[in-house]
Design a protein around this ligand. Structure first.
Ligand SMILES: CC(C)(COP(=O)(O)OP(=O)(O)OC[C@H]1O[C@@H](n2cnc3c(N)ncnc32)[C@H](O)[C@@H]1OP(=O)(O)O)[C@@H](O)C(=O)NCCC(=O)NCCS
Length: 210
Protein backbone atom coordinates (compact mmCIF):
# COMPACT_ATOMS: atom_id res chain seq x y z
CA UNK A 1 0.00 0.00 0.00
CA UNK A 2 1.42 3.45 -0.83
CA UNK A 3 2.48 5.54 2.13
CA UNK A 4 0.03 8.39 2.78
CA UNK A 5 1.19 11.72 1.41
CA UNK A 6 1.05 14.88 3.49
CA UNK A 7 -2.00 16.05 1.58
CA UNK A 8 -3.96 12.91 2.60
CA UNK A 9 -3.36 13.50 6.33
CA UNK A 10 -6.50 14.95 7.96
CA UNK A 11 -6.22 18.28 9.81
CA UNK A 12 -5.48 18.18 13.53
CA UNK A 13 -8.33 19.18 15.84
CA UNK A 14 -7.96 22.70 17.24
CA UNK A 15 -6.56 23.30 20.71
CA UNK A 16 -7.58 23.57 23.44
CA UNK A 17 -9.20 20.15 23.28
CA UNK A 18 -11.40 18.78 26.07
CA UNK A 19 -12.88 15.32 25.49
CA UNK A 20 -16.56 14.69 26.05
CA UNK A 21 -16.69 13.22 29.55
CA UNK A 22 -17.16 10.50 30.41
CA UNK A 23 -15.45 8.38 27.78
CA UNK A 24 -17.73 5.35 27.74
CA UNK A 25 -16.71 1.76 27.05
CA UNK A 26 -18.80 -1.36 27.36
CA UNK A 27 -18.39 -1.54 31.17
CA UNK A 28 -16.54 1.60 32.15
CA UNK A 29 -16.77 5.36 32.44
CA UNK A 30 -13.51 7.31 32.17
CA UNK A 31 -14.04 10.68 33.84
CA UNK A 32 -11.92 13.44 35.40
CA UNK A 33 -10.32 12.74 38.78
CA UNK A 34 -12.20 14.42 41.67
CA UNK A 35 -11.18 15.38 45.18
CA UNK A 36 -13.74 12.95 46.62
CA UNK A 37 -11.90 10.10 44.87
CA UNK A 38 -9.25 10.24 47.60
CA UNK A 39 -10.28 7.10 49.52
CA UNK A 40 -10.62 4.96 46.40
CA UNK A 41 -7.32 6.15 44.91
CA UNK A 42 -5.32 5.99 48.15
CA UNK A 43 -6.45 2.37 48.61
CA UNK A 44 -4.26 1.26 45.72
CA UNK A 45 -1.69 4.03 45.22
CA UNK A 46 -0.39 3.43 48.77
CA UNK A 47 0.44 -0.22 47.98
CA UNK A 48 4.10 -1.05 47.26
CA UNK A 49 3.21 -3.71 44.67
CA UNK A 50 1.31 -1.06 42.67
CA UNK A 51 4.22 1.38 42.53
CA UNK A 52 6.89 -1.29 42.05
CA UNK A 53 7.42 -0.47 38.37
CA UNK A 54 6.34 3.18 38.51
CA UNK A 55 8.53 6.21 39.08
CA UNK A 56 8.16 7.33 42.68
CA UNK A 57 7.31 5.72 45.99
CA UNK A 58 3.97 4.40 47.21
CA UNK A 59 1.79 7.35 48.18
CA UNK A 60 1.43 8.47 51.73
CA UNK A 61 -1.71 10.47 52.48
CA UNK A 62 -0.14 13.86 51.65
CA UNK A 63 1.33 12.59 48.38
CA UNK A 64 -1.99 11.12 47.37
CA UNK A 65 -3.86 14.35 48.13
CA UNK A 66 -1.28 16.32 46.11
CA UNK A 67 -1.58 13.78 43.27
CA UNK A 68 -5.36 14.19 43.21
CA UNK A 69 -5.18 17.98 43.36
CA UNK A 70 -2.85 18.02 40.37
CA UNK A 71 -4.58 15.31 38.31
CA UNK A 72 -8.04 16.82 38.83
CA UNK A 73 -6.86 19.74 36.69
CA UNK A 74 -5.66 17.54 33.79
CA UNK A 75 -8.82 17.67 31.71
CA UNK A 76 -7.79 19.73 28.68
CA UNK A 77 -4.99 19.58 26.11
CA UNK A 78 -3.53 23.00 25.28
CA UNK A 79 -0.12 22.13 23.82
CA UNK A 80 2.34 19.30 23.26
CA UNK A 81 3.32 17.66 26.52
CA UNK A 82 -0.09 18.15 28.15
CA UNK A 83 -1.95 15.12 29.36
CA UNK A 84 -5.42 14.00 30.33
CA UNK A 85 -5.99 12.06 33.53
CA UNK A 86 -9.04 9.87 33.97
CA UNK A 87 -10.48 7.95 36.88
CA UNK A 88 -11.82 4.60 35.67
CA UNK A 89 -15.20 3.69 37.13
CA UNK A 90 -17.19 0.49 36.63
CA UNK A 91 -20.51 1.96 35.54
CA UNK A 92 -22.76 -0.72 36.96
CA UNK A 93 -21.41 -0.50 40.53
CA UNK A 94 -19.95 3.03 40.46
CA UNK A 95 -16.63 1.58 41.72
CA UNK A 96 -13.39 3.41 40.96
CA UNK A 97 -10.97 0.64 39.90
CA UNK A 98 -7.97 2.58 38.59
CA UNK A 99 -6.71 5.57 36.68
CA UNK A 100 -5.34 6.11 33.20
CA UNK A 101 -3.30 8.82 31.49
CA UNK A 102 -3.32 10.02 27.92
CA UNK A 103 -0.25 12.05 26.94
CA UNK A 104 -0.31 14.45 23.99
CA UNK A 105 3.38 13.95 23.44
CA UNK A 106 4.19 15.87 20.24
CA UNK A 107 1.42 17.52 18.27
CA UNK A 108 3.49 18.30 15.17
CA UNK A 109 4.50 14.64 14.86
CA UNK A 110 1.05 13.35 15.89
CA UNK A 111 2.49 11.25 18.70
CA UNK A 112 0.80 10.26 21.94
CA UNK A 113 1.31 8.01 24.92
CA UNK A 114 -0.76 6.02 27.41
CA UNK A 115 -0.35 4.90 31.01
CA UNK A 116 -2.48 3.00 33.53
CA UNK A 117 -2.53 2.09 37.22
CA UNK A 118 -5.21 -0.20 38.64
CA UNK A 119 -6.31 -1.46 42.03
CA UNK A 120 -5.06 -5.08 42.35
CA UNK A 121 -8.33 -5.94 44.10
CA UNK A 122 -10.02 -5.42 40.71
CA UNK A 123 -7.37 -7.11 38.55
CA UNK A 124 -8.12 -9.91 36.17
CA UNK A 125 -11.36 -8.58 34.67
CA UNK A 126 -9.88 -6.83 31.66
CA UNK A 127 -10.79 -3.36 32.99
CA UNK A 128 -7.30 -1.97 32.37
CA UNK A 129 -7.26 -3.32 28.82
CA UNK A 130 -10.72 -1.89 28.14
CA UNK A 131 -9.76 1.54 29.53
CA UNK A 132 -6.46 1.63 27.65
CA UNK A 133 -8.26 0.74 24.41
CA UNK A 134 -10.52 3.76 24.98
CA UNK A 135 -7.42 5.94 25.16
CA UNK A 136 -6.17 4.53 21.85
CA UNK A 137 -9.59 5.35 20.38
CA UNK A 138 -9.38 8.89 21.71
CA UNK A 139 -5.92 9.39 20.26
CA UNK A 140 -6.51 7.87 16.85
CA UNK A 141 -10.16 8.71 16.22
CA UNK A 142 -10.58 12.11 17.89
CA UNK A 143 -7.09 13.58 18.00
CA UNK A 144 -5.89 12.33 14.63
CA UNK A 145 -2.67 10.87 16.01
CA UNK A 146 -0.34 8.79 13.88
CA UNK A 147 1.38 6.76 16.61
CA UNK A 148 0.74 5.99 20.28
CA UNK A 149 3.43 4.61 22.57
CA UNK A 150 3.68 3.01 25.99
CA UNK A 151 6.87 2.57 28.01
CA UNK A 152 7.33 0.09 30.81
CA UNK A 153 9.87 -1.51 33.05
CA UNK A 154 11.10 -4.68 31.33
CA UNK A 155 10.09 -6.73 34.38
CA UNK A 156 6.48 -5.54 34.29
CA UNK A 157 5.00 -8.60 32.64
CA UNK A 158 1.38 -7.74 33.52
CA UNK A 159 1.74 -4.44 31.67
CA UNK A 160 3.39 -6.13 28.66
CA UNK A 161 0.53 -8.67 28.47
CA UNK A 162 -1.97 -5.82 28.53
CA UNK A 163 -0.25 -4.03 25.63
CA UNK A 164 -0.12 -7.24 23.63
CA UNK A 165 -3.84 -7.79 24.24
CA UNK A 166 -4.34 -4.33 22.76
CA UNK A 167 -2.41 -5.41 19.67
CA UNK A 168 0.45 -3.00 20.31
CA UNK A 169 3.85 -3.90 18.88
CA UNK A 170 6.98 -4.41 20.97
CA UNK A 171 9.30 -1.92 19.29
CA UNK A 172 12.23 -1.54 21.58
CA UNK A 173 14.07 -3.01 24.52
CA UNK A 174 16.54 -0.61 26.07
CA UNK A 175 19.07 -2.45 28.20
CA UNK A 176 19.71 -1.03 31.67
CA UNK A 177 18.88 2.53 30.66
CA UNK A 178 17.42 3.45 34.07
CA UNK A 179 18.67 3.18 37.64
CA UNK A 180 15.66 2.51 39.84
CA UNK A 181 15.59 1.55 43.51
CA UNK A 182 19.29 0.81 43.56
CA UNK A 183 19.46 -1.37 40.46
CA UNK A 184 19.72 -1.07 36.71
CA UNK A 185 16.51 -1.81 34.89
CA UNK A 186 15.51 -2.26 31.25
CA UNK A 187 12.85 -0.15 29.55
CA UNK A 188 10.55 -1.69 26.96
CA UNK A 189 8.61 0.29 24.36
CA UNK A 190 5.37 -0.73 22.70
CA UNK A 191 3.54 1.27 20.04
CA UNK A 192 0.68 1.24 17.57
CA UNK A 193 0.21 3.18 14.32
CA UNK A 194 -3.08 4.69 13.16
CA UNK A 195 -3.32 2.30 10.22
CA UNK A 196 -2.84 -0.68 12.57
CA UNK A 197 -5.62 0.67 14.78
CA UNK A 198 -7.91 0.97 11.75
CA UNK A 199 -7.10 -2.59 10.64
CA UNK A 200 -7.93 -3.89 14.11
CA UNK A 201 -11.13 -1.88 14.23
CA UNK A 202 -12.23 -3.35 10.90
CA UNK A 203 -11.47 -6.86 12.18
CA UNK A 204 -13.48 -6.20 15.35
CA UNK A 205 -16.40 -4.87 13.31
CA UNK A 206 -16.36 -7.91 11.00
CA UNK A 207 -16.36 -10.35 13.92
CA UNK A 208 -19.86 -11.75 14.56
CA UNK A 209 -21.34 -10.55 17.87
CA UNK A 210 -21.02 -13.31 20.54
C1 LIG B 1 -0.58 -3.28 34.53
C2 LIG B 1 -1.95 -3.55 35.15
C3 LIG B 1 -2.88 -2.40 34.90
C4 LIG B 1 -2.51 -4.82 34.52
O1 LIG B 1 -3.69 -5.20 35.23
P1 LIG B 1 -4.52 -6.49 34.81
O2 LIG B 1 -5.55 -6.74 35.83
O3 LIG B 1 -3.56 -7.60 34.50
O4 LIG B 1 -5.17 -6.03 33.43
P2 LIG B 1 -6.68 -6.12 32.98
O5 LIG B 1 -7.56 -5.37 33.91
O6 LIG B 1 -6.71 -5.72 31.57
O7 LIG B 1 -7.02 -7.66 33.15
C5 LIG B 1 -6.36 -8.61 32.34
C6 LIG B 1 -6.48 -9.97 32.95
O8 LIG B 1 -7.85 -10.27 33.10
C7 LIG B 1 -8.21 -11.35 32.25
N1 LIG B 1 -9.52 -10.99 31.71
C8 LIG B 1 -10.71 -11.39 32.22
N2 LIG B 1 -11.72 -10.85 31.53
C9 LIG B 1 -11.16 -10.09 30.54
C10 LIG B 1 -11.71 -9.30 29.51
N3 LIG B 1 -13.03 -9.16 29.36
N4 LIG B 1 -10.87 -8.64 28.69
C11 LIG B 1 -9.53 -8.76 28.83
N5 LIG B 1 -8.96 -9.51 29.79
C12 LIG B 1 -9.76 -10.18 30.66
C13 LIG B 1 -7.09 -11.47 31.25
O9 LIG B 1 -6.96 -12.80 30.77
C14 LIG B 1 -5.90 -11.05 32.06
O10 LIG B 1 -5.46 -12.10 32.87
P3 LIG B 1 -3.90 -12.56 32.89
O11 LIG B 1 -3.10 -11.39 33.37
O12 LIG B 1 -3.90 -13.69 33.83
O13 LIG B 1 -3.54 -12.88 31.49
C15 LIG B 1 -1.81 -3.76 36.68
O14 LIG B 1 -0.96 -4.85 36.91
C16 LIG B 1 -1.29 -2.55 37.44
O15 LIG B 1 -2.00 -1.59 37.68
N6 LIG B 1 0.00 -2.61 37.86
C17 LIG B 1 0.56 -1.57 38.68
C18 LIG B 1 0.80 -0.26 37.95
C19 LIG B 1 1.64 -0.46 36.71
O16 LIG B 1 2.66 -1.16 36.74
N7 LIG B 1 1.21 0.17 35.63
C20 LIG B 1 1.86 0.05 34.33
C21 LIG B 1 3.04 0.92 34.22
S1 LIG B 1 3.83 0.67 32.63
Amino acid sequence: MPRPTTSSIPPLPPLPFTPDHPLRTERLDLRPVRHDDFDAVYTYRRRPEVSRYLYGSPHDEAACRAWIADKATRTTLRESGDYLQFAVVVRETDTLVGDVTFVYTRREHRQGGIGYVFNPDHAGHGYATEAARALLGLGFEELGLHRIQAELDGRNTASARLLERLGMRREGHLRENEFLDGEWSDEVIYAMLAREWREQREQREQRPAS
